[in-house]
Design a protein around this ligand. Structure first.
Ligand SMILES: Cc1cc2nc3c(=O)[nH]c(=O)nc-3n(C[C@H](O)[C@H](O)[C@H](O)COP(=O)(O)O)c2cc1C
Length: 407
């Protein structure tokens, strides 16, 4: 389930005649899985590279073609006006050098051209082409013109290109396009100009080269917070323990393994952060004596692995943070949730604590959903807030709570 702002969105997809057009059915499916409605306009060249029939089957409505500019199928309703008014966002993917030019020049000679000109919703262009075409000053100038007018032009990825070249020109991944769509659709930019540091995932405390002490944290909660913070305009840094999740688009990720690496990474970023959200499940203990060689089965060292405590990162940040900085921590508890959360709040100089019952089925480490109660420090005189739902919805609620106390 998506947060409220992302529900029931209407996406107008312009597909132009780049080879990457063959990837668009996957993109359409990804949006539809999130509950979006999709309308499509294909240029006539695009219709040679991807099947309009396959696309219209997926979206369960006709896929429009450039040549439908003068279509009377909707009676007296004019297709390019109706489509551009309907859309919450217009995405052109892949965007050819030609369609980029048309958009920059306001060329309305085709259905897509006229819809781009008429559409007042946010517009995002994903240019994809041969690397020389992309590097050409004519293309660069068109991209710049669009950006100066408030359109978003997303740089292509680098790598092997279908034309046989290697370089910048690839269509970004489906996940990246979906990420950028959410960024444009998220109207609230209440964290613009703020730097947010989020920690996520477990830590691995190695005993020997083959074994470590860890916990079942999936990292999903922290990743959802980082993604949502970026959608809401924050310059977002994610310090992540080992997880198998895709890095959220537009978020700088610092990968770490152990608690001590996570502490170093957080302290190095701390000075210019406005908000620090500690969602990682940091290991409390590590092996006192790391064995450089794999400990053999039955060896004495195995039976008595001596442990020592890791530094408490939240407390260390709490002691160093400036007054204007907001520090939020999680309290993963299995009993006396409220009491334990409140004692963490005071003991670690947190501004707010997000308490969750990790023993509950629909909450905690590996679950897709979460249910939390947010307590504020006395300084704010705010009553506790309960948030539950998908980890994404929970992330949204946590950021709402932080936005309410942002200086
Ligand atoms: C097989 C093939 C692949 C093409 N791939 C691209 C491409 O990736 N990017 C691009 O800008 N042009 C590409 N072109 C050139 C465009 O199709 C051509 O400029 C066309 O006029 C674009 O029409 P449209 O912008 O109306 O879709 C390709 C052409 C062919 C024949």
């Amino acid at each position: 389930m998506l947060p409220q702002w992302a529900r029931d969105k209407k996406i107008l997809l312009g597909i132009s005649g780049g080879i990457a057009a063959y990837k668009t059915p996957e993109l359409v499916r990804a949006w539809m899985k999130c509950g979006c409605e999709v309308e499509i306009i294909l240029t006539d060249s695009a219709a040679r590279l991807v099947s309009p029939l396959a696309l219209s089957t997926l979206i369960k409505r006709r896929a429009w073609r450039d040549s439908d500019l003068m279509s009377d199928e909707l009676g007296w309703t004019i297709p390019h006006i109706a489509l551009s008014e309907w859309a919450d966002v217009l995405v052109v993917a892949p965007c050819t050098a030609n369609v980029l030019r048309m958009a920059a020049q306001g060329d309305s000679g085709t259905l897509l051209g006229a819809a781009m000109l008429a559409c007042e919703a946010p517009q995002i262009f994903f240019p994809a082409m041969n690397s020389r075409m992309w590097a050409n000053p004519a293309t660069k100038a068109n991209a710049l013109t669009l950006e100066e007018r408030g359109r978003r032009v997303i740089d292509p990825d680098s790598g092997p290109l279908a034309c046989g070249y290697e370089g910048k020109g690839r269509l970004p991944s489906t996940e990246a396009i979906v990420d950028e769509t959410w960024f444009s659709l998220c109207g609230a930019k209440d964290f613009a100009g703020k730097k947010i540091l989020v920690t996520a995932g477990p830590t691995h405390e190695y005993i020997d080269p083959a074994r470590y002490i860890s916990n079942p944290s999936s990292g999903r909660m922290g990743y959802a917070i980082a993604a949502e913070a970026r959608y809401r305009g924050a310059d977002t840094v994610l310090v992540s323990g080992p997880v198998s999740l895709r890095a959220p688009g537009g978020v700088r990720v610092i990968n770490v393994t152990s608690a001590s690496e996570m502490r170093d990474a957080c302290l190095a970023e701390l000075h210019d952060c406005d908000v620090i959200i500690k969602a990682a499940a940091v290991g409390d203990y590590r092996a006192k004596n790391y064995s450089a060689q794999k400990i053999k089965r039955g060896e004495r060292a195995f039976a008595a692995i001596e442990l020592e405590q890791n530094a408490d990162i939240a407390r260390d940040i709490g002691e160093r943070k400036k007054r204007r900085q907001i520090l939020a921590g999680f309290a993963a508890e299995t009993e006396n949730i409220r009491e334990n959360a409140l004692s963490k709040l005071e003991g670690k100089h947190l501004d707010l604590v997000i308490a969750n019952d990790v023993s509950a089925k629909d909450s905690g480490f590996v679950s897709e959903t979460n249910s939390v109660e947010i307590f504020f420090s006395r300084k704010y005189a705010m009553p506790p807030i309960s948030v539950s739902g998908s980890k994404w919805e929970t992330a949204s609620g946590i950021l709402d709570a932080i936005a309410a106390i942002l200086p």
